[in-house]
Write a protein that binds this ligand. Structure first.
Ligand code: NAP
Length: 210
């Protein structure tokens, strides 16, 4: 299957593209500053920046190509409407790691039993947006006023703790992404399920995992 990939030379792209190729995908790397020519591809994948992703997705949709997007820090609602209009799919996930999706599921379960929770998200210093998309999704799930603490340091990849506090007890749910290769499994799952999704915007890997 032929894929277009925006951000193939980025930190995520360099880890994910070789795994996609090893799995049999033919990957066309779309470089920054080049006209995004994605026609003929079964889907386009974007791991770039919040500034670049909307234009990349728009260009792909205009060429009749559905998209799988991992870039965080932008609002996909408007392009979701464009995708729906065109009968195409726009799948966006703030976190493509299966462990992170399970962390959210367990947090939802714990939230029913603890009065308060706070979130600590820790990422590499190069990450441009804060708080992370996953932290925001977790806070929404727990109630919008849940505090989020963001840490940006060299040496970190992507980590999150959800700490629940109750009388005389604490529960911590923690997920660590130790290598960006972990995102490839989620991207491949999204590519596989993409044709079965309804036209328009779908958000979150949890919608694909039973
Ligand atoms: P990165 O290392 O900065 O990589 C971004 C890449 O995109 C760079 O190679 C950049 O090229 C390229 N780029 C910028 N504008 C472009 C354009 N218009 N067309 C094509 N390529 C373009 O960032 P990263 O760590 O790989 O992360 C990428 C995004 O994914 C971020 O938003 C991050 O938060 C998100 N992310 C999501 C997940 C998830 O699971 N959903 C996981 C990790 C990261 P230059 O360097 O030449 O500018």
């Amino acid at each position: 299957m032929k894929l277009a990939f925006f951000g193939a030379e980025g930190k995520v792209g360099r880890a994910v593209v070789p795994r996609l190729e090893a799995a049999g995908y033919e990957v066309r790397r779309i470089e920054l500053g080049h006209d995004p020519e994605v026609g003929g591809c079964a889907a386009a994948v974007d791991f770039t920046t919040p500034e670049a992703a909307p234009a990349n997705v728009r260009a792909a949709l205009e060429q009749g190509v559905s998209c799988v997007v991992g870039t965080t820090g932008w609002d996909p609602a408007e392009l979701g409407a464009l995708a729906e209009e065109k009968g195409l799919r726009l799948f966006v996930a703030p976190n493509f790691s299966i462990g992170a999706v399970l962390m959210l599921r367990f947090a939802r379960e714990a939230a029913a039993h603890f009065p308060r929770a706070e979130i600590i998200e820790l990422h590499n210093e190069a990450k441009k947006d804060a708080p992370s998309g996953t932290a925001k999704a977790t806070a929404d799930l727990l109630g919008g006023d849940t505090a989020i603490h963001s840490v940006r340091l060299p040496g970190l990849v992507a980590h999150q703790e959800v700490i629940f506090g109750g009388e005389g007890q604490l529960l911590t749910i923690r997920h660590d992404t130790t290598s960006r290769e972990s995102f490839a499994d989620g991207v491949m799952l999204a590519l596989e399920k993409l044709p079965e999704l309804p036209p328009g915007l779908t958000v979150g890997l949890e919608t694909l995992i039973s």
